[in-house]
Design a protein around this ligand. Sequence first.
Ligand SMILES: Cc1cc2nc3c(=O)[nH]c(=O)nc-3n(C[C@H](O)[C@H](O)[C@H](O)COP(=O)(O)OP(=O)(O)OC[C@H]3O[C@@H](n4cnc5c(N)ncnc54)[C@H](O)[C@@H]3O)c2cc1C
Length: 341
Amino acid sequence: MIPHTVIIGAGIVGASIAHRLSKAGAKVTLIDAAEAPGMGVSAASFGWITTAAGDPDLPDHVYGQRLRAIEDYAALDRDFGGRLCAPCRGALVWGASDDETSDWADRHARKGSLVRLIGATEISCFEPMIARPPALAAHFPMERAVDVSHACVMLVRATQENGTDIILGQKVLGLETAAGRVTGVRLSGRVLAAGRVIVAAGARSADIVAEFMPDHGITTSPSALVTLSVGSGILSHVVDGGGIEIRSRANGDLVAACSVDKGSETADLARDVVEKVREMFPGIENPRLDKIEVGLRPVQADGRPLVSTAADVEGLHLAVAHPGVILAPEIGRQAVELLAR
Ligand SMILES: Cc1cc2nc3c(=O)[nH]c(=O)nc-3n(C[C@H](O)[C@H](O)[C@H](O)COP(=O)(O)OP(=O)(O)OC[C@H]3O[C@@H](n4cnc5c(N)ncnc54)[C@H](O)[C@@H]3O)c2cc1C
C-alpha cells in the first residue's frame, strides 16, 4: 500500500508519475503553481522522443532508457486512442556529409535503434516539402513527437479520472517534516498532509529541496523553441539536417529547437529559422514567426538516479532528469517501484 503521495509539479515528469501511481491504485494529490498542467519548461519543449538526436556512445543502460521511451510513448498513444502523440512518421536525420550520416546510422543501429539509410528519391517521397534533399539521410521510423503541454493535460485528466486530487494555481511554499520524515507541504494559509512527497517541479525543484537535499545536483541549461505559423504545408517527420531541427505540430504550426549559446540574441535565432524554412521548404506557404521561447531545461548531475530519495528525510523524493520528456514514462515507472517497496 503506497501512502498518500503529494507530487509537486504537473509538467511532463510530475504528470507521468501521477498517471502511473494513480493507475497502480495509489492515493495521489498533484499540485502545480500554474493554472493548467504543462505550463513550465514543458510548454517550450520540442518534444522529440528520440535516440537519433543523442550520442550513440551513451552508456548502454542510458541508451536503453531512450529506446524504451519510444515504446512507452507508442503504448501511451494507443491507450489514449492515438491522441497523445503528435502525428509523426519517424525522423529524418542527416549530417554535414554522407559519410557522417552513414556513420551516425551505423552506430545507432549497433545500439539497437531501427534505422535505414535512404537516398534522395526516397527522402523526397517521405518529405516532398524538402526542396533539395541530401544524397543520403538516416530514417528512424519508430521515433515520435509530442506536443508536450497537450500530453500533460491528457495525462492529468486521466489521472483525475483514476481518483487523483488535482490542485492548480497554488504554489508549494515549503515542505513540512517531523522526526526525520516528511509530513506534508505548505500552501498559502494551510498545510496539506502527506506520507510521501515527490518534488517534480523542474528547475524550481532546487529551491524546494535545498534545505533537505543540499546535494540535489540540479543545474539548468537554456534552449529555444521557435514557433512558426504557416499558410499551408506540413512535415510528416521530425527533420534534423541542414542546420535545423524542425517538425509540424498537430495544429499545423512548425516548431524548431535551437541551442542558445552565450550572447545568442533570440531575434537572430528566430530570423535564422524563418530564413532556413523558406530556403529548405519553399512549398511551405508563408511561414511567419509566432513566438520564440527560451526554456531552462532542468539537468541532473551525471550518475544520479532518475528518482532520488533524501538521505535524512524519510518519504521525500526528487524527480528531475534530462531529457525530461523522453525519460518521463521511465521516471513514472521507477517512482511506482520505489514507492511500492
Ligand atoms: C527548446 C527546448 C527543446 C526541448 N526538446 C526536448 C526534446 O525534444 N525531448 C526531450 O525529452 N526534452 C526536451 N526538452 C527538455 C524538456 O522540455 C524538459 O526536460 C521537460 O519538459 C522537464 O519537465 P518537468 O516536468 O521536469 O519540468 P516543468 O515542465 O518545468 O514542470 C515543472 C512544474 O512544476 C511547477 N512548479 C514549479 N515550482 C512549483 C511550486 N513551488 N509549487 C507548485 N508547482 C511548482 C511548474 O509550474 C511546472 O508546471 C526541451 C526543452 C527546451 C526548452
